[in-house]
Write a protein that binds this ligand. Structure first.
Ligand SMILES: C[S@@+](CC[C@H](N)C(=O)[O-])C[C@H]1O[C@@H](n2cnc3c(N)ncnc32)[C@H](O)[C@@H]1O
Length: 201
């Protein structure tokens, strides 16, 4: 797999990946579910929403949701899935690495949707952190470099991350949960939940 270095390359890769995918087969992220059940409501932003299962679940559980992705194929399927369930989600096409937030959210989510290119990935992580409102949360998870040792035919270590790469990019956020190479599922991942403190009055 060639690492996408710009928006058109990344979009082409994901449009191809989603072409034959079935949105009804995707599972809601368990970590997101656990955090959202504590928060219960608020404005949520799902970056790299894929086929939309997490965004739809949030909308069905009290959140006002904006969901973004760069793949128009993925977004079309996510929109159709939301419509079929009567879930209200504002879908928007954007490249999370080429985006400056102009509003903030109580919950910002990026699960397994960071760019593979290191510079683009750093921009996407910073922008996600900047989109967290005072008192709001960021939940981020993606494949750890160890996943390349499990599936060398699919992943290259350069495309994946470690916790050390993520933490310095979370400007102004307080890290609440962190995992570096969490075993859990099929592949090790990096997992972070962070909160932006409410400024003193
Ligand atoms: C592995 S899927 C994960 C989807 C979903 N977040 C989940 O957890 O099931 C990766 C998604 O991230 C999207 N994506 C990758 N890079 C992106 C970027 N730079 N900006 C926006 N979306 C991106 C892809 O189009 C794809 O839909």
């Amino acid at each position: 797999m060639k690492t996408p270095r710009n928006t058109p390359q990344a979009q082409a890769l994901w449009d191809g990946a989603w072409k034959d995918a079935d949105a009804s087969e995707t599972e809601v992220n368990a970590d997101l579910r656990a955090l959202a059940e504590q928060l219960r409501s608020g404005r949520a932003l799902d970056l790299g929403c894929g086929l939309g299962q997490n965004a739809i679940w949030l909308a069905e559980h009290g959140f006002e949701v904006t969901a973004c992705d760069l793949s128009s194929v993925g977004l079309d399927k996510a929109r159709a899935a939301a419509a079929s369930r009567g879930a209200r989600v504002a879908f928007r096409q954007l490249d999370a690495a080429e985006w400056t937030p102009d509003e903030t959210f109580d919950l910002v989510v990026n699960t397994y949707a960071l760019p593979m290119d290191g510079d683009r990935r750093a921009r996407a992580i910073r922008a996600a952190a900047a989109a967290v409102a005072p008192g709001g949360y960021l939940l981020m998870a993606d494949w750890h470099v160890g996943a390349a040792r499990v599936y060398p035919e699919v992943f290259s270590e350069d495309d994946l991350l470690t916790l050390d790469e993520v933490l310095p990019l979370l400007d102004g956020l307080e890290v609440i949960l962190q995992e570096d190479g969490r075993p859990g599922g099929k592949l090790p991942d990096v997992f972070v939940v962070a909160r932006r403190p409410v400024e003193a009055a």
